[in-house]
Design a protein around this ligand. Structure first.
Ligand code: P6P
Length: 336
């Protein structure tokens, strides 16, 4: 049977994440494929973690392994499993020099040759918001990729680069569907895992965050310990009948803001005077994604998250990110 010529032009092109990565690589003739191969490892890891998350209750994996991670937080069994999946798949990629995880106090130095092909550092939060697991809430994986800095005195110092040096960043949201968000510095693209074919299919290119939206996302339980400016902002937003949405997992909250607009806040609190969120594998990747979608991401008034010079891989930072107009409204109330 011949297909009428006009028919084919109506068929929507199906691009997988793998195909998209190769398309992007083709735009860079100098590319060796090393970064593409690392992104491929993250895609495989996401599918493996998604499978574990979906079956967690069935395999009675939920619950606490009994240990604590470097953050002093109770480790969920799936935290450990997701961490091991990422360490194993990334460890098998020759282009990965160093990996750093929320779950590991020290980075893992895999390869440290100072010559030869360029290598990369991969930082990740393997299962962000994992406490949501027991209640079937959304959880996510966040990753950030930097070039290895061969001039660094110590291999691990290569990790201490400001977020503006990232070459790729993204998250995987394990929700009603499994969504992979990626930027390599040319906008934000979204992919959804199709379990029928075991591939992430591109569903949106060039995500643009709405310029404004009357919605904020913050843990209001900490409100009374926020600095006064944040309390002034929340009082103002409530007078303006803003809606409040908070999933307790950064990936879920930021994904909603990328698509619907609004502002996400994790201010300094009495318990976390520097903020709770980690700069290197939460604020930097999520901040870059938001900026790449046309939003703003600040640590404080006039302080762009991506310009913060890190001094430690687990350091924390306050976070104000989202629609530009909404971030500006928060900053307006923080002014003394
Ligand atoms: P709180 C999850 O533990 C996390 O690191 C982020 O994903 C989330 O935005 C935040 O902490 C939630 O913290 O104090 O509101 O429970």
């Amino acid at each position: 049977m011949t297909i009428p010529a006009g028919h084919v032009s109506n068929v929507r092109e199906i691009i997988t994440l793998q195909g998209h990565i190769l398309q992007q690589q083709a735009h860079h003739p100098e590319a060796t494929g090393t970064l593409s191969w690392i992104l491929s490892a993250l895609s495989i890891s996401a599918k493996m973690i998604a499978s574990q998350v979906r079956r967690a209750r069935l395999e009675d994996v939920l619950g606490q392994v009994g240990g604590e991670n470097v953050q002093g937080e109770q480790q969920q069994k799936l935290d450990v499993i997701a961490n091991e999946i990422l360490l194993r798949t990334l460890g098998g990629r020759q282009g990965v020099a160093i990996v750093a995880s929320e779950e590991n106090e020290e980075p893992v130095i895999l390869r440290n040759e100072r010559e030869g092909e360029r290598r990369y550092c991969v930082l990740f939060d393997p299962l962000d918001g994992s406490s949501n697991l027991d209640v079937c809430g959304a959880v996510g994986t966040i990753f950030s990729i930097l070039r290895q800095d061969r001039r660094a005195a110590r291999a691990e110092d290569s990790l201490l680069q400001p977020g503006r040096e990232q070459v790729a960043a993204g998250y995987i949201l394990y929700g009603p569907s499994t969504v992979f968000a990626l930027t390599i510095g040319a906008g934000v693209d979204l992919f959804v895992l199709d379990p029928a074919i075991g591939a992430f299919v591109r569903v949106q290119q060039g995500v643009r965050i709405p310029a404004a939206a009357k919605s904020y996302s913050v843990n209001e339980g900490n409100r009374l310990t926020f600095p006064d400016g944040y309390q002034r902002y929340l009082a103002w937003a409530q007078e303006q009948t803003y809606s409040s949405r908070y999933a307790g997992a950064m990936v879920a909250d930021v994904h909603r803001i990328l698509l619907k607009g609004g502002v996400f806040l994790y201010p300094p609190t009495r318990k976390a005077p520097q903020g709770k969120l980690r700069l290197m594998y939460e604020a930097n990747p999520m901040g870059w994604l938001v900026e790449q979608a046309g939003g703003k991401a600040l640590a404080a008034p006039g302080e762009r998250i991506l310009d913060v010079q890190p001094t430690g891989i687990h350091q924390r930072t306050p976070v104000i990110l989202g629609s530009p107009a909404e971030v500006d409204r928060v900053i307006h109330h923080l002014a003394p």
